[in-house]
Write a protein that binds this ligand. Structure first.
Ligand code: GAR
Length: 212
């Protein structure tokens, strides 16, 4: 098991991997922030469980190596996660960034990158975990929702919170209109959080709960 991360803003860029299952706009925001010099990191690997996902094309365009797999080709979740873990270690990845990776993780990944794996979720957790978080918030009738970046602890969108931003809901809002505002905030927040970790401003080990 790797102990919780302690990055100290050294000269070397932080070696990261992004996991995604879909469009990959957050992947793109991170890749762009690196290219623009706003994020002192290297994108060593994209991990994707959907060969047809648009994020695979984005990785190819950005020149980022990808490990793309079909879960049904493996006997179980642990088996593909063991392979992912091998690839992460081969690439000496220091921080795993989940960005719309729509699979529950097993202990293989959670323990393998304990304290070194982030997720972004489109709600103010612990409200509205799981799928369709924006729709859940609209259906509930909340006035404020938002975005959460948290350390992954193996539960459904749970774990110590690293950063949050609020998004106010407006009269006439739809799932699309709110999702668009949330995405804009995610694209600013996620690269910024990763940069703050790379520079040592955010210390993940301080956020990891004592009991775990
Ligand atoms: C993002 O909005 C992210 O918060 C959400 O998936 C979207 C992926 O968008 N993640 C979850 O709902 C996790 N439970 P993207 O593929 O365009 O980056």
């Amino acid at each position: 098991m790797i102990s919780p991360a302690s990055f100290s803003g050294e000269a070397q860029p932080l070696r990261i991997a992004v996991f995604a299952s879909g469009g990959g706009s957050n992947f793109q925001a991170i890749a762009d922030a690196i290219a623009e010099g706003k994020l002192h990191a290297e994108l060593k690997l994209l991990v994707c469980d959907k060969p047809q996902a648009a994020v695979v094309e984005r990785a190819a365009k950005a020149g980022v190596p990808a490990f793309v797999f079909r879960p049904k080709d493996y006997p179980g979740r642990e088996a593909y996660e063991e392979e992912i873990l091998r690839k992460l270690r081969e690439a000496r990845v220091e921080l795993v960034v989940l960005a719309g990776y729509m699979r529950i993780l097993t202990d293989v990944m959670v323990q393998g990158y304990w304290g070194r794996m982030l997720n972004i979720h489109p709600s103010l957790l612990p409200s509205f975990p799981g799928m369709h978080a924006v729709r859940q918030a609209l259906d509930y009738g909340v006035k404020v929702t938002g975005v959460t970046v948290h350390i992954v602890d193996g539960g459904l969108d749970s774990g110590p919170i690293v950063a949050q931003r609020a998004v106010e809901l407006r009269e006439g809002d739809t799932e699309d209109s709110v999702s668009e505002r949330i995405h804009r905030i995610e694209h600013e927040l996620y690269p910024q959080v990763v940069q703050d970790i790379a520079s040592g401003k955010i210390k993940l080990e301080q956020l990891v709960r004592q009991e775990q």
